[in-house]
Design a binder for this molecule. Structure first.
Ligand code: FAQ
Length: 335
């Protein structure tokens, strides 16, 4: 039940000769940067790929509320508590826009929720790690939201209209999230030696999982080639990971912290940082459901779903009562 066990399968990208006339016309629209809207014709696998990616993205936002939600009652000041509360609510809002965007492709909210709760659907690997100290909340905002923005800014130009428009709004809020995380880290490094040590410890634990967020290396990423041809993805996993490293190392230097990578080195020839090998066994273990918190996360979502049942029932009963009233009013008017 707790494994994120959706089987991964990548189809070979079709050449123009292998496409039907309709598929060629569709690809031409994408190449001309014309957005695809819900009522437009689309290849079935374009629709399915979008449902997979957008619903996984939505689930990530919803499960992503848990590691930080865990610290709302323990935030060190009232101001930090209010900021964190607002941030966690934003993540819930992002999940809702994204579920709506996925619904335009013909999947229901119930189907997506069921896939998450049963452990069939994937959500980002990063949210299966624990937030052990307050410094982890800084590291999540700085690194996890930082990685999320790096991935989502290009998605504003994605070919599917509803997803691209959702990303524009989400990105505005994510930049605030990243800055609040960096602000927590700044406060920690300016504090006592113990606080600085907590910030370094949080960076040590979140660094590698943050790099894994971008997905497997390009040569093993099954979906990238087709998703890039369809502009569902604008950059490859490795391109975004490299941009993230290049952007984040100067920020770590500014904080006076160091990333836990002895192989990290500025490469003058390429104008990028070289970095050490990522433990992909760890990544695949986590996405198969065996990370440190997979069970806990799904238990929490299942419990929330059960405890929220009365709210859903009450909302439906209220809507039905009003539909009945409206029906009686229009029947009285006709008679
Ligand atoms: N975790 O062929 P690819 C956030 C799976 S939002 C789990 O490269 P693709 C906000 C992948 O699904 C974070 N699974 O796949 C926030 C596929 O399996 P499948 C979420 C992963 O789709 C911050 C298989 O591996 N963002 O953090 C991961 O082309 C703070 C093969 O991979 C998005 O979802 C992973 N990290 O590229 C909230 C952005 N990576 O489906 C709260 C949109 C890969 O065949 C607090 N998504 N897999 O069974 C994307 O850009 C892409 O889907 C990628 C993966 C880049 C994630």
């Amino acid at each position: 039940m707790y494994a994120q066990m959706v089987k991964t399968s990548g189809d070979k990208v079709k050449t123009p000769d292998e496409m039907t006339a309709q598929e060629r016309a569709f690809q031409a629209r994408i190449d001309a940067d014309i957005k695809i809207e819900p009522k437009d014709w689309m290849p079935e696998s374009y629709r399915k790929t979008l449902i997979r990616q957008i619903s996984q993205h939505a689930h990530s936002e919803i499960v992503g509320m848990l590691p930080e939600g865990n610290w709302i009652t323990r935030a060190p000041t009232l101001k930090r508590k209010a900021i964190l509360l607002a941030k966690v609510q934003d993540e819930g809002g992002h999940g809702l826009y994204l579920y709506c965007a996925a619904e335009t492709l013909g999947i229901s909210r119930e189907e997506m929720t069921e896939a998450l709760l049963s452990g069939k659907a994937k959500y980002s690997s990063i949210f299966n790690y624990p937030t052990l100290t307050w410094a982890d909340i800084g590291a999540v905002g700085w690194l996890v939201d930082g990685a999320a923005i790096m991935n989502q800014v290009p998605l504003q130009r994605c070919s599917y209209g509803p997803y691209s428009r959702a990303m524009i709004r989400v990105c505005k809020e994510e930049s605030f999230h990243q800055r609040q995380g960096f602000d927590i880290m700044m406060a920690m490094v300016k504090g006592s030696n113990e606080q600085k040590a907590m910030a370094q410890d949080a960076l040590n634990r979140w660094w590698w999982p943050s790099l894994m967020m971008f997905g497997p290396p390009d040569d093993t990423s099954v979906h990238s080639a087709q998703s890039m041809q369809w502009k569902i993805k604008i950059n490859t996993n490795d391109e975004l990971r490299q941009k993230f490293v290049d952007q984040t190392i100067p920020q770590a230097d500014y904080l006076g912290l160091s990333v836990p990578d002895p192989d990290l080195k500025w490469n003058e020839d390429h104008g990028h940082y070289d970095f050490g090998a990522i433990d992909w066994d760890e990544f695949f273990t986590v996405i198969k459901g065996h990370g440190p918190c997979n069970r806990e996360r799904l238990r929490a979502r299942n419990r929330a779903h059960e405890e929220g049942r009365w709210v859903r029932d009450a909302t439906l009963a209220y809507a039905a009562k009003h539909a009945d009233k409206a029906h009686s009013r229009s029947a009285a008017w006709i008679n």
